[in-house]
Design a protein around this ligand. Structure first.
Ligand code: F6P
Length: 539
């Protein structure tokens, strides 16, 4: 294995000066360096990958036993080794009836029974059969959750806005009272259903926001307030304490990680917004990507290829960040969603056995929709000293046929950016531009330095026919399995998140100090900030 890493590094050092653009002398490059499944295309031809690099990367994946690790995940093995759990978000969307065993029992019947319960409830809310306390229809739903209990449904309901025919969905996550205050301010408690979504039902943000929402409901509905509550959790004992009727509690098992949970009960807001048929199509899209991930050969396997591109850029080229750039306004929350998926999964520094990782793991993930980002941070992408591999997403067809001109401009901009990143503008070309502006001599030379672009900056493009529920399911599953592929090659556990614990513990300890208790045990900075934020009585 270390031999393959070594060969990749040697190959990179020998080819780093080759412009990506020059690789297109091979007129079949686009076909050879792209892959497609069910209409979803991954183009990675605008990277520095060549045949030798691809061969080595695929050998790396084989040497890491990627095929066997994929099979182990889908089979239900306890691959989350630090928590002793299986990892079976894929079972939530499985379309086949092949049993999936955890601890000797098939989990599919339970998954489907809960989905039935969700669908029944969602359709009853949508039709008005499940009514508000005053007998009227629910017009609004607030999902209270954070992290995986917020980002997935928030991202997906926005992404599928053209399919909304159910109640309006609002999402409250932040402990900052401004979030729930501002959300409640625009709503009528008589018309509002509140979903409390928390895998553990202990997360301080969610529990605090839930209590505030309950008080708001109680002010209007009195002791009938719990009739406007539903809950999504693995901890069903705790949901009863809030008075939530068991038929409105949707459970899932601990083999579904928070950031992988939108396929099941955490997806309830999506189901409420778009209805059963569309939600089923969303699950089918993800399941189709699951089958592809399990069955396609590694060199034609989209999630594997996207993972290998990530390894190449991160570990071999040394680019420690990746930008997610959806040219699709409906995907405006995708970068935030992928930040959790990717960085909470692969932001690790030790291997499964606890030994330090020998090389870099998860990169920094960030982004914004195009074309907005073009007028904000693309300057750095084009001319900054750091190289940031870009990931573009674009649909062939928009949902607004009457605004075709907008979509044509969107597509042109998307293609222009990946071309500009790759092609750049040489110093000679920049001199011509400066000359056309009437500059000559030293001033022309000086300005040419500012007007030239280094180019040779890599990107991938994910292209799809239209952002339908099926396609959204494909895209999310593609990214989930990309994160898995990278995590397996790095040898870490992508399914725990111990790194978020310390801050939570310290916040609990700090609360009394924020409320005035002595802060002597704290460092000088924390004491200084405490006295600034919470003026303390002189001692
Ligand atoms: O902050 C870490 C985390 O545990 C995430 O992994 C999770 O998605 C989020 O908090 C919310 O957790 P819960 O659903 O248990 O409230």
């Amino acid at each position: 294995m270390s031999d393959i890493w070594q060969q990749l590094e040697t190959h990179r050092s020998q080819t780093a000066d080759t412009p990506i653009l020059s690789l297109f002398k091979d007129t079949s490059r686009f076909d050879s360096y792209s892959a497609e499944t069910d209409g979803l295309l991954l183009d990675f031809s605008k990277t520095s990958l060549d045949a030798m690099a691809m061969d080595l990367l695929v050998r790396l994946a084989q040497a890491e036993g990627l095929d066997a690790k994929i099979a182990a995940m889908f089979r239900g093995d306890a691959i989350n080794s630090t928590e002793g759990r299986a990892v079976l978000h894929t079972a939530l969307r499985a379309q086949a009836d092949t049993p999936i065993q955890v601890d000797g029992a098939d989990v599919l019947p339970e998954i489907r029974a809960i989905r039935q319960q969700m669908q029944h409830f969602a359709e009853a809310v949508r039709s008005g059969d499940f009514a508000a306390v005053d007998g009227g229809r629910f017009t609004d739903v607030i999902n209270i959750g954070i992290g995986g209990s917020d980002l997935g449904p928030a991202m997906a309901t926005l992404a599928l806005a053209p399919y909304h025919d159910g109640p309006r969905c609002h999402f409250v996550s932040n402990i900052d009272g401004a979030h729930i205050h501002d959300t409640l301010a625009g709503l009528d408690p008589q018309r509002t259903l509140v979903i409390i979504a928390s895998k553990t039902f202990t997360t301080i943000e969610t529990m605090t926001n839930a209590e505030t929402a309950l008080v708001w409901l109680q002010a209007a509905l009195g002791d009938k307030a719990p009739d406007h509550l539903a809950a999504v959790s693995t901890a069903q004992d705790k949901t009863a304490a809030l008075g939530i009727a068991p038929e409105r509690v949707f459970g899932f098992e601990n083999w579904v990680g928070g950031r992988y949970s939108l396929w099941g009960p955490v997806g309830l807001p999506i189901l409420l917004a778009i209805g059963t048929e569309n939600f089923q199509a969303f699950l089918r899209g993800a399941d189709a990507m699951d089958s592809h991930f399990q069955n396609a050969p590694l060199h034609q396997n989209l999630p594997v290829l996207l993972g290998l591109v990530g390894i190449w850029h991160n570990n071999i080229c040394g680019y420690g960040s990746r930008a997610i750039l959806p040219y699709d306004q409906h995907l405006q929350r995708l970068p935030a969603y992928l930040q959790q998926l990717d960085m909470e999964s692969n932001g690790k520094r030790v291997a499964q056995d606890g030994s330090p990782l020998p090389r870099a793991s998860g990169p920094v993930v960030w982004g914004e929709p195009g074309t907005n980002g073009q007028h904000a941070f693309y300057q750095l992408l084009h001319q900054g000293t750091a190289v940031v591999p870009a990931e573009f997403l674009i649909a062939a067809e928009a949902h607004e046929p009457e605004l075709q001109h907008h979509h044509n401009l969107l597509k042109a901009n998307c293609l222009a950016q990946s071309e500009a990143l790759m092609r750049g503008r040489s110093l000679a070309e920049a001199r011509d531009v400066a000359a056309k502006r009437g500059l000559d001599g030293a001033e022309q030379q000086r300005m040419a330095a500012h007007l030239s672009f280094p180019g040779n900056r890599p990107s991938v493009t994910i292209a799809y026919p239209k952002l339908t529920p099926f396609v959204l399911g494909q895209i999310i599953a593609l990214y989930e399995h990309r994160v898995f592929t990278e995590g397996m090659i790095w040898g870490l556990n992508p399914f725990d998140q111990w790194g978020v614990e310390l801050g939570k513990e310290l916040a609990v300890a700090l609360l009394p100090m924020v409320e005035g208790a002595p802060a002597d045990s704290k460092d000088g900075s924390t004491c200084g900030l405490l006295s600034k934020l919470t003026p303390r009585p002189a001692t």
